[in-house]
Design a protein around this ligand. Structure first.
Ligand code: SF4
Ligand code: SF4
Length: 127
């Protein structure tokens, strides 16, 4: 008898699941640790973030030849692999010049690797 009651109750109640991402906007806290990338206007290419990353999700890359930055004499910048990253934000905290731009964007799932490179280069109006 109780099973029949349960079935009837569930039949008239709203679904417990949501059709993500087609129908749902999931609210997150403002300080949710989501997508982040380095701002080349600040990054000095010191590599500390890559050294401190516990997931080895940061690779230091050479800046494109046509970009010369006084504050980044070695011409290096961090590229985050969002598929390897565990979003601990250790890199964000250790950066001596506060160069990472952080966002609460969590919509990063993908069937291929996704990197921060494009967004980082865009901080100089490139990419
Ligand atoms: S958030 Fe954590 S895991 Fe991701 S790149 Fe930074 S230090 Fe590495
Ligand atoms: S720790 Fe900061 S300044 Fe150093 S490479 Fe990483 S983002 Fe750039």
């Amino acid at each position: 008898m109780s099973i029949i009651k349960e079935v009837i109750k569930n039949f008239f109640s709203k679904p417990s699941t949501i059709e993500y991402p087609r129908k749902a906007e999931i609210p997150v806290e403002k300080d949710f640790r989501g997508e982040f990338y380095a701002d080349l206007k600040k990054c000095t290419g010191c590599t500390l973030c890559a050294l401190e990353c516990p997931a080895r999700a940061i690779e230091m890359k050479k800046l494109p030849e046509n970009i010369k930055l006084k504050h980044n004499p070695r011409g290096l910048y961090p590229v985050v692999n969002y598929m390897t990253c565990v979003y601990c934000y250790r890199c964000v905290r250790v950066c001596p010049v506060d160069a990472f731009i952080t966002t609460p964007n969590y919509k990063l799932s993908s069937v291929k690797e996704v990197y921060s490179e494009e967004k980082t280069l865009k901080t100089l109006g490139m990419g």
